[in-house]
Write a protein that binds this ligand. Structure first.
Ligand SMILES: C[S@@+](CC[C@H](N)C(=O)[O-])C[C@H]1O[C@@H](n2cnc3c(N)ncnc32)[C@H](O)[C@@H]1O
Length: 198
């Protein structure tokens, strides 16, 4: 097991990503093609920036990435990549939405790898994660274009099926994804909604 983790850690370092979590987006991209060339991507909970860097490379120079986190984040600006606008703040704060809107009124994909600061109380952590996932879905509803994509982390547990049903009600398809690069013992899964409002 440790070897698998070391594999992704080393791979991320070699490929210039600050975190191994990048492969949880890359695997979904390779299988489901959620990010398109020239697309606009909103990345919620972006720090230290791996998903944003990957998204910026994938959508290319005609695209746009707006990213936000409780922690200040920087990076990008390389040839062939979309510009990344890093915002520092809390997504539960309504004022953040106006700051996002200042960069783009609509997005083709909203991705969220947000995780609460874990307390060790499994039930409380799961409820916090679910609250962040629901906030991400509400933000996605404000910003996604018709046909847009939503990819969101949530800790498995009570009410996750209800959350998947909420995504299913808003998207053409909804599925739960567990990337190989996500530790098997981790309770995280990703909910992927494709085809917003169609
Ligand atoms: C697993 S990390 C994200 C890693 C990132 N996807 C990457 O590949 O570099 C989860 C992030 O969610 C952020 N987060 C948690 N709650 C948040 C909130 N309410 N608003 C904004 N960011 C939040 C945390 O600060 C943390 O940096």
């Amino acid at each position: 097991m440790k070897e698998v983790q070391d594999f992704y850690f080393k791979k991320a370092k070699k490929e210039g990503y600050p975190a191994r979590s990048v492969y949880k987006l890359e695997e979904a991209q390779q299988k489901y093609r959620l990010l398109k060339k020239g697309g606009r991507v909103l990345d919620l909970g972006c720090h230290p920036g791996s998903w944003s860097l990957y998204a910026a490379k994938t959508v290319g120079t005609q695209g746009l990435v707006v990213s936000l986190d409780l922690q200040p984040t920087k990076g990008g600006g390389k040839k062939g990549m979309a510009p990344i606008h890093w915002l520092h703040g809390d997504i539960t704060d309504e004022e953040m939405l106006a700051r996002v809107r200042a960069f783009a009124p609509a997005f083709d994909a909203v991705v969220s790898d947000m995780a609460p600061r874990t307390t060790g109380n499994k039930w409380a952590d799961q409820q916090q994660s679910l609250a962040l996932a629901r906030r991400s879905l509400a933000v996605a509803e404000q910003f996604l274009v018709a046909g847009g994509v939503f990819y969101c982390k949530v800790f498995q547990g009570e009410d996750v099926d209800a959350f998947v049903a909420e995504v299913r009600a808003r998207f053409q398809t909804a599925r739960v994804v567990k990337p190989k690069s996500s530790r098997p013992e981790s309770r995280e899964v990703f909910v992927l909604g494709m085809g917003y409002g169609v």
